[in-house]
Every structure is written in C-alpha cells, then in structure tokens.
Design a protein around this ligand. Structure first.
Ligand code: MRU
Length: 340
C-alpha cells in the first residue's frame, strides 16, 4: 500500500473539477488500484453515482453540483433540458438528501441569474465543496471533544475523506480524537456487501498511520460486551426532522446493541444531510440494490438455483437510540427538532 505521511484532506479528496471536466477516484477499485475517471457528461456523472464510483452522502452531493455545471455548459440556453439533467442527477441514488440539496442550490443560482451562467454555477459548486471541507473540520472539533481519554470506538461504513469533501464526518471525529490522544482503540466494521469499511476506511486509516482493527458486523454484540468500545460513531445519509437517521444498512443494529450494553451512539453529519421537510424516518426512501451484490461480495460467480437476496443498503435508526447528533452547527441532544 502506498503510504503518504502528512496527508491533508486535499491529498485524499476523491473529487476534482479541472477545466470543465470532473475527475473521480474510482472507489470500486480501492484499495487495490488508485484509478481516476474523467467525466464530461451528465449521463456519465449520474452513472458514476449509481455505480458507486463515488459514494458517501456529502461526496455525491458535491459530485452532482459539478455534474450540474457540466450540464449547463452543454445545454447553453435550454433551461428545461438542464432541469431534466438535475432530475437525472437527483434520481441517481434515492436515500441521501445531499443530492437534492446540492441540485436545489444550483437551481437557485441559475434562477437568480435568469440564465444558465456556467461560471456562476461553477463558483456555486466550488462553494458547496469548500463549505463541506469547513463543516468537516467544525464537526471533527466538536465531536472529538465529546470523547473521553481512553475511548474505544466502533464505526461503520466509510465516512472519511472518500465520502466527503474534506476530512470526513464520523471518521473526521475519530481521527481528530486519535490525534488529541483520546482514542485508544478503533474498530471498523467491514460493511457488507460493498466492504466500505474493510476496503475504504481501512485504506484511509492506514494511509494516516492510525492503528485500527477490522471487525465483521456480526461481532458487534461480542465487541461491546467485551468492554473494548465506549462509543459507536457513524455518519448519516439523511436525518429526519425528528432525529431519525438513515445510514448504511447495519447502523440500526449497532444502535440497538449499543443501547443494551450502555455504549453511546454518536451520529456526525453536515446540515446538508438534514432534511427538515421529512418529519420522520418512515418517509425516507431506502435504496434497494441488485441482490447479485451479495453473492459477488462472497466471491460466488452466480447464485445457486432458487437463491434470492434482500439487499436494502440503508436502514433507519430511531432517534431515541441516538445520543448525539453532531453537525457543523454544534452538538444536538435528544429530543431532536430539525424542522426549521
Ligand atoms: O452506499 P454508500 O457507501 O454511499 O453509503 C455511505 C454511508 O452510508 C455513509 O455512512 C454516509 O453516506 C455518511 S458519509 C459521510
């Protein structure tokens, strides 16, 4: 594995916009290969989001914003065709609200200029990216301040630089806590079926020379019973007004087990992940992906006859199992109210 000492969030950033084209680090190939794709059409950008070339709620929002810039350059004056492009970007994945949040911001800029001003749109996309970097830093500071010295942490999926514009959400808190000397042990769930934990979180932590252990999801209760973790820290794809949290499948199980063992549960997400119009988690669309992802992850070429799979890739953690929600605006505690 290539080691980089003194990494900045910029070194790890998987999204670059250079001379009107979007460059994405293909996360499907990590950690085996660091391969960049160059995209210059909305179809390509939407497909890259759907196919998980880029993933993680804030990262796909930023990607969609740059997709809207590419679309504007191609559409010229055709506003309604551009709006259809925005809708295509919104539809590329259903659960994370960051997509619609980002395209809505792009739409507002276009309306304010009365036309598809691609320079103004590029400025807005870059602002969305820069704001996420700043939000990540603020969350890392306030989230890590909650951790006591000697904390053991279990995290789920990948919520680091690869999933965001900056140093990450939950992983940003964990890394900041580690640097401040408060984190004694880090456990990363492998996160089936795409293995965002054992491929991506492990890759990010190793690049930063931070010690960790990968665990399988099924070990969560044993891990918490062993006393090695005091915190579960995760990101979110959408947070409803009442504090219900949509995040990677398996998150809710961790919250249930954490409550049983007296382990605290912290969710870290920028305000772009909060959906004030969604009153509770019940209304959040949960993405279902192709069942073949499950047997492919197990290394099988195809399913045996009659084998099917249920493959929702997110779940809803009820607000009453969440002890803290950290955004760039500070630390929120129950009862949550993000309606305004
Ligand atoms: O399917 P993914 O890899 O896009 O899912 C990502 C997650 O569930 C993350 O926890 C979430 O997006 C927060 S990332 C900062």
């Amino acid at each position: 594995m290539k080691k980089h000492s003194g990494d900045t969030d910029k070194d790890l950033s998987p999204i670059r916009f250079v001379k009107g084209t979007l460059k994405l680090l293909d996360q499907r190939l990590l950690p085996a290969e660091e391969h960049w794709l160059t995209l210059d059409s909305v179809d390509q950008v939407a497909r890259a989001i759907t196919d998980l070339v880029v993933r993680g709620a804030p990262a796909i929002g930023i990607t969609a914003a740059f997709g809207a810039v590419i679309a504007a350059r191609r559409r010229g004056d055709d506003f309604s065709a551009w709006r259809a492009d925005l809708e295509q970007l919104n539809q590329s994945r259903p659960t994370a609200v960051n997509l619609a949040w980002a395209t809505e911001r792009m739409l507002r800029v276009a309306k304010a200029h009365g036309r598809l001003d691609s320079d103004a749109l590029e400025t807005e996309a870059r602002a969305i990216h820069a704001e996420d970097i700043a939000a990540n830093r603020a969350m890392a500071q306030s989230g890590s301040a909650l951790l006591e010295t000697g904390s053991g942490i279990l995290t789920h999926c990948n919520t680091g630089a690869l999933a965001t514009g900056g140093i990450g959400t939950a992983l940003g808190v964990i890394v900041a806590g580690h640097r401040a000397g408060r984190v004694a042990r880090i456990f990363a769930d492998e996160t089936r079926p795409w293995l965002q934990g054992s491929r991506l979180t492990a890759w990010e932590l190793a690049r930063q020379d931070i010690p960790f252990k990968v665990v399988i999801e099924g070990s969560a209760a044993a891990l918490m019973a062993s006393g090695q973790v005091q915190w579960v820290v995760t990101g979110a794809d959408r947070i409803a007004a009442n504090g219900d949290v949509a995040n990677k499948i398996g998150t809710c199980s961790l919250a249930v087990i954490a409550r049983h063992y007296g382990v605290r549960f912290m969710v870290v997400a920028p305000s772009s992940t909060v959906d004030p119009h969604m009153s509770s988690g019940e209304g959040i669309a949960i993405e279902q992906r192709d069942p073949s992802e499950i047997w492919r992850a197990a290394g099988l070429e195809q399913a045996p006859a009659g084998f099917d799979a249920w493959n929702p890739v997110f779940d809803i953690t009820p607000a009453d199992l969440v002890d803290f929600i950290v955004t760039e605006n500070g630390v929120h505690r129950p009862p949550y109210d993000f309606a305004s």
